[in-house]
Every structure is written in structure tokens, then in C-alpha cells.
Write a protein of this length. Structure first.
Length: 205
């Protein structure tokens, strides 16, 4: 499975393009929709689905426009699904005092569920704390998309809607059970190795 960061997106949020042969997925579409669609086309691929690591506004910017031009379903963990339709819960109102909402997800995901991108699996790992439905995506056992659960030099904040520092600590402990040399691609910042990022996080939470 190939991965490409299509950053810059909104508010410093990374947006990843995953490809497996002629199959593509976008993760956290924070960038302009035309930029994202052009990137998929340049790969000669078809967009199979749109994955969200969580429901905060800076990671979901282009989901409705993308759905206007493709048949790709938007997928989010079941515990974050309500954030798409609520500007307070997705934090847009918190920061800008304006309403900004999106259509409901096409599919709600659960912990341990496996999606297929072509012939390669993407496993859903529920890692709550930054938000109640934050997830990481384990892609073909090759790399881990960590969203705002874990960064190269820290962790996501826990002071927005239903953030929970204790649950985040539990999620980080869960990630300790995976190979520590696994590359991670976070929602903000640079790639890292899982173990190194977790060691850094231990000093911050």
C-alpha cells in the first residue's frame, strides 16, 4: 500500500492518499477537494472511500464536496458520528463562533473492523481520548495512521467535546501492544516510529 501526504490542508492538518493498485482512499480530507481529486486521478485510481480519524472540523473540510463528485462513502467511528452535524461538537463553533456542519457519514465504524483497499486490509483501532470516537488505521500491517491520538512529538488535546485524558492514556497503552518500529502518520506534524512517539508522549500526559 502506498501513502502520500497531500498537505497543506486546513489549520495544519495532514491529508493522506492511500493507493493499492487502481484503488484509492482519502484519510482526513482537510485540503481543497479539487486538489484531492486531481491527486487521485494522477494515480490512475478510483476513490473507494473516505476515512476520518475523528470528527473535528479541521479533518473533515472537503467531505461533502468530494461526495458531490464521487460515489465514495464517508466513514467515521460510531462514537464520533454525531460530530459531523454539530458545530459545537466538531469544534468549529468553539473556535469561530459560526455554524459549520456536514452530512451524516455513510458508514459508522467499530473497533477491530477491517476494510479492504483492493486486496490490502485496513484495520480500525478505536483509540478514544482526543475525541470519543478517535481511531487509528493499521494499513496492511505496514504503517499506522494515528490522527490526533498520537503525533511525532505529542498527543492530541483533550479539552474539546468529550475529550478524556484518562481514556487517551489507555489508548496509548493499547498502541504499545503493536510493533514499536511501525511507521506512524499523524494528523498533524511529521511521520515517526510508533515507539519513539509513544516515549515522547509519556512525558506529556
Amino acid at each position: 500500500m502506498e501513502i502520500e501526504n497531500l498537505y497543506p490542508g486546513s489549520w495544519g492538518s495532514n491529508c493522506y492518499l492511500l493507493t493499492s493498485g487502481s484503488h484509492a482512499a482519502l484519510v482526513d480530507p482537510s485540503a481543497n477537494a479539487s486538489t484531492l481529486l486531481n491527486a487521485v486521478a494522477q494515480k490512475g485510481a478510483v476513490l473507494d472511500f473516505i476515512l476520518l480519524t475523528h470528527g473535528h472540523f479541521d479533518h473533515i473540510v472537503s467531505i461533502d464536496v468530494l461526495r458531490q463528485y464521487t460515489d465514495a462513502p464517508v466513514m467515521i467511528h460510531e462514537h464520533d458520528a454525531e460530530m459531523l452535524g454539530d458545530a459545537t461538537k466538531n469544534a468549529f463553533y468553539t473556535f469561530f463562533r459560526q455554524e459549520k456542519t456536514y452530512r451524516a457519514a455513510d458508514r459508522e465504524l467499530s473497533d477491530g473492523e477491517t476494510l479492504m483497499l483492493g486486496t490490502e486490509p485496513i484495520r480500525v483501532l478505536h483509540t478514544p481520548g482526543h475525541s470519543p470516537g478517535s481511531v487509528c488505521y493499521l494499513c496492511n500491517d505496514e504503517f499506522l495512521l494515528t490522527g490526533d491520538t498520537l503525533f511525532d512529538e505529542g498527543v492530541g488535546r483533550c479539552d474539546l467535546w468529550k475529550g478524556d485524558a484518562d481514556r487517551l492514556k489507555e489508548s496509548l497503552a493499547k498502541l504499545r501492544t503493536y510493533p514499536q518500529n511501525l511507521p506512524i502518520y499523524p494528523g498533524h506534524g511529521a511521520p515517526a516510529r510508533l515507539g519513539i512517539a509513544l516515549d515522547m508522549a509519556a512525558y506529556l500526559i
